[in-house]
Design a protein around this ligand. Structure first.
Ligand SMILES: N[C@@H](CCC(=O)N[C@@H](CS)C(=O)NCC(=O)O)C(=O)O
Length: 197
C-alpha cells in the first residue's frame, strides 16, 4: 500500500490514521504545483484527479477522497472507529462535515489575493468550528477514543492555527492531545512539515 501525500496537506489526516492503525504502508510525496512525485512520476498517471491524498491499495486499486480513504481505514482498523451500531454512520457524518464545511472553506487561505473571499471563508470557518467544538463528547470528538474523524479534524485545527482562525478552548485541547500522540508526532516528522508556529 502506498500513500501519495504533500507535506502538511489534507493527506496528513490519512497518514496519521494509517500510522495510528499500525498499517504497513509506503509514502511518496507529491509536488502539487508541478504534479510530479518524488520519484519523478507524472502524478496524473497515479491519480487523474491531480490531488492528494491518493492511496494505492495492496490490490493495486486506487482510492481517493479523504472521506472514502478514512472510512476505508476505519473499516480495516477497529481501534479507529466506534463499536456502536450507528458508529460508522456518525463518523461518516463528521467526516463529511469536516470535508465540506471546514476543508473547503480553508481553500481560499492557501491562495494569494481575493481578501474578500478569505474574510468570508474565515467568518464561516469560525461558525463551523464553534459548532464542532459543541459536539465534542470527551477528550476527542466521540469521547475517550481517537477515531479517523479526529485525524482529519486535527489537520483543520493545525491550519486554523497557521491562518490565525480563532477556535474554542475545547478544540485547542483536542489539537494538543492529538499532537502529544506518538503516531501523530511520527507522521508530522516524517512529512518534514513545519507549521507556521
Ligand atoms: N476532494 C478531495 C480534495 C483534496 C484536496 O483538496 N487536496 C489538496 C491538498 S489539501 C490538493 O492536492 N490540492 C492540489 C490541487 O488541487 O491541485 C478530498 O477531500 O480528498
Amino acid at each position: 500500500m502506498k500513500l501519495f501525500y504533500a507535506p502538511g496537506a489534507c493527506s496528513l489526516a490519512d497518514h496519521i490514521a494509517l500510522t495510528e492503525g499500525s498499517f504497513l504502508f509506503e509514502l511518496e510525496s507529491v509536488d502539487l504545483a508541478l504534479k510530479r512525485t518524488a520519484t519523478g512520476i507524472d502524478f496524473h498517471s497515479v491519480n487523474p484527479k491531480g490531488y492528494v491524498p491518493a492511496l494505492i491499495l495492496d490490490s493495486g486499486e486506487l482510492l481517493t477522497e479523504n472521506v472514502a480513504i478514512l472510512d476505508w481505514i476505519a473499516t480495516q482498523s477497529p481501534s479507529l472507529t466506534l463499536e456502536d451500531p450507528m458508529g460508522r454512520t456518525r463518523i461518516l457524518e463528521a467526516l463529511a462535515y469536516i470535508s465540506d464545511e471546514l476543508h473547503s472553506n480553508f481553500k481560499p487561505m492557501f491562495h494569494a489575493g481575493d481578501e474578500e473571499l478569505k474574510a468570508s471563508a474565515r467568518t464561516t470557518l469560525v461558525k463551523r468550528l464553534d459548532w464542532m467544538a459543541g459536539q465534542m463528547k470527551g477528550d476527542f470528538l466521540f469521547g475517550a477514543q481517537v477515531t479517523v474523524a479526529d485525524c482529519f479534524l486535527l489537520v483543520m485545527l493545525l491550519w486554523a492555527r497557521d491562518f490565525a482562525v480563532p477556535v474554542k478552548p475545547g478544540l485547542i485541547q483536542l489539537r494538543d492531545r492529538m499532537l502529544d500522540r506518538p503516531a501523530v508526532r511520527a507522521a508530522i516528522a516524517t512529512e518534514e512539515w513545519r507549521t507556521g508556529h
